[in-house]
Design a protein around this ligand. Structure first.
Ligand code: PMP
Length: 419
């Protein structure tokens, strides 16, 4: 019997990549047969510094070796204290940001749930505004503000108290930003339930690598201010440097009321999440939101080491932007030379995508890349986008190697198709 036969039908990534992985280092994984794979997936954004980065592994091993606290609920521990001090010193203070830090539970969905609950508590209202093609997680609250109909269908109950509005460019630039939302909010006869908050991704990851323009983000922040609505930025996938700066919203100069972080915050693929709350909105009662695994201390150790290693200066941010431009150039070249299939490059920083006019070709291209030893996944409502998310720390040579495979895979799948 195959070891994996007992695993539920819900499994998915292992269907696209039907090999057994064993070890990994940096931007490469190795399977049990010794075959090496280059990683343009990075744990869906949880491995921004690559696999098992030595600067994080050493302090982790040292911590485990001295029997440091592993499980701590929200007890004070040395590891938590060091993380909070380092986060304040290297992330918040240099950016002039003032947030209280909540540990909401270890996953992205945990931080989204806590953000929605807190916004509702502060405002005393139920309704949340979300955006078309958004993705915020699989628990019921997070699912209620997620767009994907297949995922929503999994809930099995009505998903309520959320109102979707058009994300940036939903009408291909033909409709002024926020025309509909602004009108509804200002009209006492519109029938819109007055919202507690708005939740938004600055670049939609699962929704198809859709970046919101800086002006759009600024317009949204302004609208929230004018209408006294809390602004929640879900930076679970695009935070921790994926688009260049530590927070993806920095380029717009906005200060969300609540920020959701997870995925790469531990830097090692260890489960960890944060909900950042403007001090005046930290209105939780003790224990009002809790959870057994909020104090994953080994994750605090690697998170602290990651901040010290990668965020003491702006070298990582600059290299991410440069590598992102290189990927964009390679994708534009592919798009320009494609005859029968329309290819559209999208993205910001090292969150990049290539949208296919023939949606099924994106998955076929990822499969062709896998045959050539490269891991990539698809995104978008019809899985029409090939998603490129390498570790930010990937070397230039590995990036070129991966881009060459991408080019080869795209040409193999698209060539010979007539318009
Ligand atoms: N928010 C965003 C923007 C995400 O991309 C994800 C995961 N892809 C989540 C929330 C949910 O995170 P998790 O899978 O850890 O619950």
């Amino acid at each position: 019997m195959n070891d994996f036969d007992v695993e539920s039908e819900v499994r998915s990534y292992c269907r696209s990549w039907p090999v057994v992985f064993d070890t990994a280092r940096g931007a490469r994984l190795t399977d049990v047969d010794g075959r090496s794979y280059l990683d343009f997936f990075a744990g869906a954004g949880a491995l921004n510094y690559g696999h098992n980065p030595p600067a994080l592994k050493e302090p982790l091993l040292e911590y485990l070796g001295r029997d440091g606290i592993t499980h701590g609920l929200d007890m004070y521990t040395v590891a938590k204290g060091e993380f909070l001090r380092t986060f304040e010193e290297l992330v918040l203070r240099p950016r002039g940001l003032n947030y209280k830090v909540q540990f909401p539970g270890p996953t992205g969905a945990n931080t989204v749930e806590s953000a929605l609950k807190l916004a509702r508590k502060i405002a005393g209202r139920e309704s949340i505004i979300n955006f078309t093609h958004a993705f915020h997680g699989m628990t019921l609250g997070a699912l209620s503000v997620t767009g994907n109909s297949m995922k929503r269908g999994g809930a099995g109950i009505p998903l309520v108290h959320a109102t979707p509005m058009p994300f940036d460019n939903y009408f291909d630039g033909t409709v002024p930003d926020f025309l509909w939302l602004d009108r509804l909010l200002g009209d006492s006869g519109s029938g819109l339930n007055e919202p507690a908050g708005v939740i938004v991704e600055t670049v939609q990851g699962e929704g198809g690598i859709n970046p919101a323009r800086i002006e759009w983000l600024q317009g949204l922040a302004d609208l929230c201010r004018r209408h006294h609505i809390l602004l929640i930025v879900d930076d679970v996938q695009m935070g921790v440097g994926r688009t260049g700066p530590f927070f993806s919203f920095e380029i717009a100069g906005i200060e969300p009321d609540i920020v959701c972080l997870s995925k790469s915050i531990s830097g090692y693929g260890l489960p960890m999440a944060l909900t950042l709350i403007k001090p005046e909105y930290d209105q939780w009662g003790p224990g009002e939101h809790n959870g057994t695994f909020r104090g994953n201390n080994p994750a605090f150790v690697t998170a602290t080491a990651a901040l010290r290693e990668y965020w003491s200066d702006d070298a990582l941010e600059r290299s991410t932007l440069a590598k992102g431009e290189r990927v964009e150039a390679a994708l534009s070249e592919l798009a320009d030379s494609s005859q029968a299939v329309e290819l559209t490059p999208k993205g910001r920083g090292l969150a990049r995508g290539l949208s296919f006019s023939h949606p099924e070709m994106a998955a076929k291209t990822c499969a062709a890349a896998f045959e050539r030893g490269l891991l990539m996944e698809t995104a978008g409502p019809s899985d029409e986008v090939m998603k490129i998310m390498p570790p930010l720390t990937i070397s230039d040579a590995e990036l070129e190697e991966g881009l060459a495979v991408v080019g080869d895979a795209v040409r193999t799948v698209t060539e010979g198709v007539l318009a």
